[in-house]
Design a protein around this ligand. Structure first.
Ligand code: NAD
Ligand code: DAU
Length: 359
């Protein structure tokens, strides 16, 4: 496969969050000749502890900044001569978007447009050498709305966002496409399904279940627990992003998914069994913690990805099965209880209390 883009300096936004830190932990050692500049505002979801193993690497720099700061972005583009942008920075939690949507419009939509503007200004001299620059906008399958029991999202599915989070991401996607179409900015978009793995903030289902099973506290399951998500290990997502950055066609969109669909209730039972096994509890011990609670407003029923375009065009394959990935993930959290404890103490308890009171 012909290489279409060979990055020398990459601006990674949101690199202290869940997927961004997994991306940097994989890519900084993998590409020692490439410089990585991590721009992150360090919201409640950003955590520099995640990046300890690479923080002193010669090819890594951290900048604490907001992606809506256009002056700072212009300075960084001039100083570092970025060849590439991988844009993760966003407010990412659907429940928070339901209680406070404006933060999502600001970071996800305005933040993306501000970054696109900075790239357009800095890269105007190379508008006709698209292979020399690449802007990878990392987005979500939620922009396509909710599926019934059958069918899959593809790159041709109509946009149908249904939460403030997905509306803010869909809007950002439209701006990214508009910059590709109108200005010829070499943009690729990826829309990925639910990720799991190390360093995920415990407001999201999987680390929440693990944390609360460890402390033997009730686990809130929305509605009847029959909503379906298509789970992908974060390492497989990061490798897909690396492929898209280097080999993706400017202007193209790639859907990324694990073909690992599961209802929330089945997934939670799998996780509880793994935690019980890891902690030496009797089999089935933690199932009693499952507590059905009022459903999330507007809760999307099912997401499922047809990733055949990414597979056929770029040869991507996920390496983790759901069984193997979940076993590895639960083991990681049990081995890193200090990490889970510190982020739980930091801001998660207040948030959980506000959502549920005493469950
Ligand atoms: P996360 O919430 O764990 O991390 C987001 C990071 O962005 C944090 O480090 C935060 O400090 C930073 N950030 C937020 N607002 C910022 C701003 N205004 N300026 C600079 N930094 C800011 O999110 P995540 O789960 O790692 O998701 C990363 C990206 O991937 C998001 O764009 C999300 O929409 C997308 N995505 C996530 C999933 C998933 O399952 N988690 C799936 C598909 C796509
Ligand atoms: O599909 C990709 C998206 O996946 C990403 O774009 C989002 O950033 C990411 O947060 C994730 O969104 P979800 O809403 O699907 O993830 P979450 O972990 O919040 O919830 C997964 C499912 O579990 C969902 O159906 C809601 C349900 N749930 C979640 C929580 C937090 C519960 O039943 N109880 C809970 O406490």
């Amino acid at each position: 496969m012909a290489l279409t883009h060979d990055p020398t300096c990459i601006l990674v936004t949101g690199g202290a969050g869940f997927i961004g830190s997994n991306f940097l932990l994989r890519m900084v050692p993998r590409y020692p000749e490439t410089h990585f500049v991590n721009l992150d505002r360090l919201t409640y979801a950003g955590n520099l502890m995640n990046l300890r193993s690479i923080e002193k690497s010669a090819n890594y720099t951290f900048v604490r900044a907001d992606v809506t700061d256009s002056e700072l972005l212009a300075t960084l583009f001039a100083r570092h001569k970025f060849t590439s942008v991988v844009h993760f920075a966003a407010e990412s939690h659907v429940d928070r978007s339901i209680t406070a949507p404006l933060a999502f419009v600001r970071s996800n939509t305005l933040g993306t447009v501000t970054l696109l503007e900075a790239a357009r200004a800095a890269w105007s001299d190379v508008a006709h050498a698209a292979h020399a620059r690449r802007f990878l906008h990392v987005s979500t399958d939620e922009v396509y709305g909710s599926l019934g029991a059958d069918s899959f999202f593809t790159e041709h599915s109509p946009y149908d966002p249904r939460s403030p989070y997905s509306a803010s991401k869909a809007s950002a996607d439209h701006f990214a496409r508009a910059y590709a179409h109108t200005y010829g900015l070499p943009v690729c978009i990826s829309n990925c399904s639910n990720n799991y793995g190390p360093y995920q903030f415990p407001e999201k289902l999987i680390p929440l279940v693990i944390a609360r099973a460890c402390s033997q506290e009730p686990i809130p399951i929305y509605g009847q627990g029959d909503n379906v998500r298509d789970w992908l290990h974060v390492a497989d997502h990061c490798d897909a992003l690396d492929l898209i950055l280097r080999n993706g066609q400017p202007g193209d969109t790639y859907l990324v998914g694990g073909s690992s669909e599961c209802t929330n209730l089945s997934l939670v039972r799998i996780i509880l069994d793994l935690v019980d096994e890891g902690l030496g509890h009797p089999s089935g011990h933690s199932h009693r913690l499952i507590t059905l609670v009022t459903d999330r407003p507007g809760h999307d029923f099912r997401y499922a990805i047809d990733a055949s375009h990414l597979r056929q065009a770029l040869g991507w394959r996920p390496r983790y099965s759901l069984t193997e990935g979940m076993r590895q993930t639960v083991a990681w959290y049990l081995d890193n209880m200090d990490w889970l404890q510190s982020v739980t103490d930091r801001s998660y308890r207040d948030y959980f209390q506000a959502q549920y009171g005493q469950l």
